[in-house]
Design a protein around this ligand. Sequence first.
Ligand code: DQA
Length: 145
Amino acid sequence: ISILVIQGPNLNLLGTREPEVYGKTTMQDIHTKLEAIAKSESVGLTTFQSNHEGELIDRVQKAKQDGIDFIIINPGAFTHTSVALRDALAGVAIPFTEVHLSNIHQREEFRKHSYLSDIATGVICGLGPIGYELALQAAIARLNP
Ligand code: DQA
């Protein structure tokens, strides 16, 4: 089993970026935790972050060639803007969970709509970094019934 974690724009700044909204945990802290879970469950885990829409799309397309079984994605602000990222995920037809650290429904109006949620296997938001861990555990349970 191989699982890909994709982090969108500005998530590389976690830890210092608006800590009152996103907390103090860094992206590396999150990935270290996910790697430990993956190792203990004997599944492959790859992580990828980009601030560029096209690079995120290229990575989704490459996931198909790589035989990735499941994607966990925090698309950052592209959640609310990117038809192209939606099309890429729909195009590869790899099941995915959308994760947000913050509760996007509690914030500005423009964050309430996601271009991905209706084609996602699941959506987790508002639980902070643990949301990624829950998404990983759910993906493993789904792939490994
Ligand atoms: C986010 C929520 C988005 O609205 C925002 O643009 C982000 C992070 C989250 O994890 O809460 O960059 O995806």
